[in-house]
Structure formats: C-alpha cells, structure tokens
Design a protein around this ligand. Sequence first.
Ligand code: SF4
Length: 254
Amino acid sequence: MKPDIQQHVEDGAIFYVSHSGGKDSQAMYSMLIDIVPHDRIVVVHADLGEVEWTGVQGHIKTTVSHDLNVVRASKTLLSMVESRFATRPEVPSWPSAAHRQCTSDLKRGPIEKFIRNDMKSKGATLAVNCMGLRAEESSSRAKKIKWALNKTLSRAGRTVHNWLPIHDWSIDQVWSQISKAGQEPFWAYKTNERLSCVFCIMGSDNDLIHGAKENPELAQKYIDLERRTGYSMFHKRSLESVVGKYIKIVAEAA
Ligand code: SF4
C-alpha cells in the first residue's frame, strides 16, 4: 500500500522519526524535513548506553533542527545477556539474527512507549512511525513492508502506521542525500559500514575490528561475558576470535 503522506499531514499526523545516528537515519531525516512540516516532526533516539558509539547523540543533535528525545530501556545489551544466562543457562545467552530481542527490547519497545506517551500528552490520534530501514541491507529487511499499521500502538481512537521512507533507496542515494544536505556522516563511517551498537550481533568483521580498536575496554567486556557464559556472541564464532589479534585482551577481571 502506497502511503499518502500529504493526506496524513493534512489530517494532523505526528511523524516520529527514529534516529540511530547512522547514515540511513540521517538521510531519512534530511529527506523528511522537505515533505513534512517542521512542527509535525518529533525525533527520537534509543540510547543503547555503554554499547553505543560515544558521541553519536552529539552527532544527531548537530544534524537535526529538532529537539532530540532520548529514550532508554531499563537494561542494556550486556545486562540482557547476563540475565538470560542467570535464568536459562542451558540456552544461548546472546540474541541472534533470528531472535533479535536486542532490537525489540532496547530500541523498538522504548521508542513505541515514547510514542504512546507523547501522543497521549498531546491528545494526538494519528501518527507515523518513521524508520530508516533499507531493503538492500539484508534479506529480512527486504521483506519488510514499507507502510503498515502498527498493531502494537494502534487501538480505538489512536492510529499509528510504520513507514520506511527510504526502504527502496540504494546506499548511493543515502550518501548523496547526506551530502546534498551539506552534512557529514558520523566519523566512524570513515571505516565502518554500519553503525549502532559498537559490536553488533550481525556486524561485519571490518566493523567489529574497527569497533575493538576504538573501544578496547568495551570489547574486553563482551569477551569476558562470552567466557563467563560459555556462549559466543555469534553463532559459530566468538568476538574474541574476530578481534583478538588486534587488541590486547586480558584474562577476565575477577
Ligand atoms: S545494533 Fe545489532 S546488537 Fe545492537 S541492538 Fe541492533 S541488532 Fe542488536
């Protein structure tokens, strides 16, 4: 179904823009501000705590002309793994591409909670939840529907649609949109392919190694947790096996 954005604007919808600080969010925002009135846009960032790249929130603030709303889950990725191991040591403790509890609990959940509360406080009944996912990124993202009712947030008297405004964009379009806006992407893109958690369960070796070189203490925490739980961060290999030769790793601190 093709979204009728102009109609939603006329009907008074609020456009919640999820911004991770990554290139796709940056390009999406810069495109949206040309088609959605300024006072209808609300920018939200899910803070991932210590596992997020330092400085990413500052980067968002310098590239948007809206206030940045920062939401946070009550847990972090590392505490989630710890607690899963404590309660169910017999099953792998880390999230996986097939079971991305990290995305749902650390990003989607807190952002949806924010949208619900913000709409309530404004007496709003119509909203659009904008996310910068692109089909090109993975086969699972390719299957996502560009415009769909958000069944978690919608109920009688409140309608929220999920919208993926740049779902069909190529990576070249993303870079070109950022450059057209006269902006630069977050500095880590000089080496990184993607950005979000410094160590993503689906990260490429390139990004994991760069993440470890720039954040060796955080890498050590992940590796300590792999050792402690006996489960590796990735299905068949550990973070230690990917980054171990690039940083100094010590035996787990007591
Ligand atoms: S960036 Fe990767 S590890 Fe972090 S929440 Fe998203 S999917 Fe999970």
